[in-house]
Design a protein around this ligand. Structure first.
Ligand SMILES: Cc1ncc(COP(=O)(O)O)c(C=O)c1O
Length: 369
């Protein structure tokens, strides 16, 4: 029997979440962010489910090439542009769009004569202080790009730091609007949180990521409030049952001590699969759909679940680590992290089980010769 841990990837949920994102900004072009292996769901799996998006955004040239090789002819944006000039010929050959976020990167681009026009998303740092040209250098960069013979479409872009927090986006929007005022080019602004919460960010392009995977982009919002559906459900089974007497300890370091007779289910899932190691006693988990808690310190291949009050639970019982019935962000908060990290952190040894795969040939990517 194979190891019972699987990540169920629900294509219906991905399509549903995409439709929901579109409904929030019906007049915008939607760029589905599928970096980090489709937020851990599998790049080509999510590309297939999200193929009605207007564009894809990835981080690496390798991911963009994988999408092209699979036949996707969508516009594809490299979110950090290029790192080395040697990547540029492939970028042109594959018809990719680049973010330009830094002065020396811009200079290297301008020194290049591409064989065909390249679309550029020029990023402004409006306060996130991660990537982007300072607002005072922006106009000059736009002028240089417009004078560059290699330019295809120019898009003006920024990224929000606090779209899901009370500070909101207005402080960044003001800087962006000031510096971009009067520049005749489309805008690309919103990540998921801005798309959901700030209608001013619903510009020519929107760039949702996390919401497409069914995770609410803000801690105060439950996924159900937005009608998002989890695209990944991580399930396993109990493979052993232990009975602790009061006073007995459990697992490495013996960090959990039973204060009463305790029935423990040992679950086939550990940090070697991507379950967060910092999830201590009390992390929510479902056994046969019933919510209970993890116990003690998990190990590489297994974790412990409290089944003292679940007499029906035994070896073979189904366990849901996150997903359907248990939002990933609940598990993430118990482990002091965010759902993004849980989803991206799923390791290669966890087999994916795809459900709801679109069989309509019209929905399949066009494969070029
Ligand atoms: C530049 C950029 N745009 C959009 C996104 C999507 O963000 P989210 O997953 O929060 O919707 C990301 C993700 O980190 C990003 O880096």
């Amino acid at each position: 029997m194979p190891r019972p841990l699987t990540a169920r990837i629900d294509h219906d949920a991905l399509r549903h979440n995409l439709a929901l994102a579109r409904g929030l900004a019906p007049d915008s072009r939607l760029m589905a962010v599928v970096k980090a292996d489709g937020y851990g769901h599998g790049l080509l799996r999510v590309a297939r489910a999200l193929s009605s998006a207007d564009a894809f955004a990835v981080l690496t040239l390798e991911d963009a090439v994988a999408l092209r090789d699979a036949g996707y002819q969508h516009p594809i944006l490299l979110l950090q542009g290029f790192y080395e000039a040697v990547e540029l010929p492939e970028i042109a050959a594959r018809g990719l769009m680049v973010v330009i976020h830094e002065a020396s990167q811009l200079d290297r681009l301008l020194a290049w004569r591409p064989p065909r026009p390249v679309d550029v998303h020029l990023k402004m740092n409006t306060g996130m202080n991660r990537l982007g040209l300072p607002p005072e250098q922006y106009r000059d960069a736009v002028a240089k790009l417009k004078a560059w013979p290699g330019l295809g479409e120019l898009t003006l872009m920024t990224h929000f730091a606090t779209a899901d927090e009370p500070a909101g986006i207005h402080w960044q929007m003001e800087r962006f609007d000031d510096a971009a005022h009067g520049i005749d080019a489309p805008r690309s602004l919103a990540n998921s949180a801005a798309l959901v919460r700030h209608d001013v960010a619903r510009s020519d392009w929107v760039r949702p990521g996390i919401m497409l995977y069914g995770v609410a982009p803000s801690v105060e919002t439950a996924p159900g409030d937005l009608d998002l559906r989890p695209a990944m459900t991580l399930t396993s089974r109990i493979i052993s049952v232990q009975h602790l007497a009061a006073g007995e300890r459990l697992g490495y370091g013996g960090t959990f001590t039973a204060d009463q007779p305790t029935r423990v289910g040992v679950v086939a899932c550990g940090y070697g699969d991507g379950y967060p190691r910092h999830a201590g006693t009390g992390t929510p988990i479902l056994v046969e759909g019933v919510r209970t808690r993890t116990l003690g310190r998990l190990s590489m291949d297994s974790l412990y679940v409290d089944i003292t009050r679940l007499p029906q639970a035994s070896v073979g019982s189904t366990v849901t680590l996150w997903g359907e019935g248990l939002p990933a962000q609940e598990v993430a908060s118990a482990a002091g992290t965010i759902a993004y990290q849980l989803l991206c952190g799923i390791t290669r040894r966890v087999p994916a089980l795809e459900v709801g795969v679109e069989t309509d040939p019209a929905a399949r990517p066009v494969v070029t010769a």
